[in-house]
Structure formats: structure tokens, C-alpha cells
Design a protein around this ligand. Structure first.
Ligand code: ATP
Ligand code: MG
Length: 254
């Protein structure tokens, strides 16, 4: 870990960088994952590095959708395994849902290292990709899934999803709940529910919301939810904060 003083104004952001770098060093996160993380950081900067109301709205709907699911599954890639292993395990327990390893960049042993990492953090059921079950509409490594996991799932929680697979899952009639800091990504637009927030902030909130839900309100929350409207609010927020920063800079130069 690098020596970032707690008083540094970007302490949290820099600590997260250390965590994702440690993920690469442990062979859990792909080196390409660092680039994806950087893209996330840029959007996090734009949304103010805090959970905004549009994310809270999506978290409520996500909790309802996952609670109502018959066969929910949590898909895990190398970035989320490094950033939020404990919260993934807690979510699996809250939903009684398996975790399933599913990565884009194949590297020898990485899937197995992710599985072991999750088991070390207390997971009891970690499914692995197989050649027995394959997703339609997709050519990458991510098409290989577990017959009792993603293949059978009606709702899949896939933080930091790849646009291609999100589209494939939707075409197969499955609902997708994602966490993506970029409200313009293909994933964000195609998912059933998009939580525009950093996965490290959103996941603990989602677990808490699932615990708080009562059966009488779940259907209602989902009926009222519009993912398009939520993404629009995220874009408006980014655009307002950009104007705000611009005004601040102009004032400084006066
Ligand atoms: P798409 O295919 O959906 O258009 P992409 O392929 O362009 O997306 P990638 O770089 O493959 O995007 O995946 C990274 C995505 O995950 C980006 O949209 C990025 O904003 C988001 N992301 C990265 N780190 C985080 C994080 N910690 N929390 C939430 N989202 C994140
Ligand atoms: Mg992609």
C-alpha cells in the first residue's frame, strides 16, 4: 500500500486505487481493470464522489427487484472482487443467492483465484463458468456460465457490467441490475435498473435496503420506477455540477 496521509483531500479515492492495484498484484483483477477503474473515477469526480438521490432511488428499486426474484444471481468480476468482497458475500446471504465468477479477460487461474478470494471472505456458494451452459447473443469469454447460476437466473446483479453481455442477458429475457458510474454507458442504458454510484458506496446501502424492505411496498416501488428517468437525473446532475464548477472558476478569475 502506498503511504497516503489520512488528511489528503483525495484520501478515499487514493485508497481505492491502492485496493485495485493490490487486486492486480494478487492476480484477481485484470490489468485492463485499472483502465475501467480510471473511467469510473472520472465519472465519480463529476457526480461529486457521493451517493446522490438518483442512486438512492435506483437502490430502492434494485432491492425490490432482487427481493422479488425467484432465482437471483450475483455476477462477480475482477474489479468488484477486489473492491467489495465482503459486501458481495453479505448481499448473497441477504438474498440467499449464489455468487458466480464471470470475467471478460481470460488469464490462467484468475477465475479460480477470484473464487478462493470470495471463499476467504466468507462466501459459501461460488459458482464457476462452465462449457455446459452458454449465453446466446455473445461471443466473448463471458458467454460461459453455470447452468444453475446465471443461465437459470431471472434477475442478475452485475456491477461494472460490459455492455455486450448486458444486452445479451436482456435479450434472453432476464432482468439486469447494475452499478455503473457512467450514466451514458451501454450497460447503464440497457439494464433494467442502473445505480449510478461507486460500487463501494452503493453495495452496503443496497444490503441495508434489502433488510429494511417490507413485502407490502416492494411491488409498488417497482411499478413507479423508470430507469430512463433516473439516468436523465444523473446526466442533469453532472451537467449542473459542471456549470457550477465553471461559474466557480470564472468567479476566481474575476
Ligand atoms: P459499456 O460497454 O457498457 O459501454 P464500457 O465497456 O465502456 O461500458 P468498461 O470500461 O468496460 O466500460 O467498464 C467499466 C465501467 O464501469 C465504466 O462505465 C465505469 O464508469 C464503471 N466503473 C468503474 N469503476 C467503478 C466503480 N468503482 N463503481 C461503479 N462503476 C465503476
Ligand atoms: Mg465494455
Amino acid at each position: 500500500m502506498s503511504d497516503v496521509p489520512k488528511t489528503h483531500p483525495r484520501y478515499l479515492s487514493l485508497t481505492l486505487r491502492d485496493t485495485i492495484v493490490a487486486g492486480v498484484e494478487q492476480g484477481i483483477t485484470s490489468i485492463h481493470g485499472l483502465i475501467a477503474h480510471g473511467r469510473g473515477e472520472a465519472f465519480d469526480y463529476l457526480i461529486g464522489e457521493a451517493t446522490q438521490p438518483f442512486a438512492i432511488e435506483a437502490i430502492h428499486a434494485a432491492a425490490a427487484m432482487l427481493r422479488l426474484a425467484e432465482h437471483p444471481v450475483i455476477s462477480v468480476n475482477g474489479n468488484v472482487a477486489a473492491l467489495v468482497p465482503d459486501a458481495l458475500v453479505t448481499l448473497g446471504q441477504a438474498l440467499n443467492a449464489p455468487l458466480e465468477v464471470n470475467i471478460f479477460h481470460t488469464e490462467t487461474g484468475r477465475e479460480e483465484r477470484i473464487r478462493k478470494h470470495l471463499l476467504k471472505h466468507g462466501a459459501s456458494n461460488v459458482l464457476m463458468p462452465t462449457t455446459e451452459a452458454q449465453l446466446s447473443y455473445i461471443d466473448s469469454n463471458r458467454k460461459f456460465v453455470h447452468p444453475e447460476g446465471i443461465f437459470k437466473a431471472d434477475v442478475i446483479f452485475v456491477p461494472l457490467e460490459d455492455g455486450d453481455r448486458c444486452e445479451a442477458l436482456r435479450k434472453m429475457g432476464k432482468d439486469v441490475v447494475t452499478v455503473d458510474l457512467n450514466p451514458m454507458s451501454r450497460t447503464a442504458k440497457q439494464a433494467s435498473i442502473t445505480i449510478v454510484d461507486n460500487v463501494v458506496r452503493a453495495l452496503p446501502l443496497l444490503c441495508e435496503e434489502i433488510r429494511k424492505l417490507t413485502d407490502s411496498t416492494t411491488q409498488d416501488i417497482l411499478k413507479k420506477y423508470s430507469n430512463e428517468a433516473v439516468l436523465q437525473k444523473a446526466l442533469q446532475h453532472i451537467s449542473r455540477s459542471r456549470n457550477g464548477n465553471q461559474r466557480k472558476r470564472e468567479a476566481e478569475h474575476r
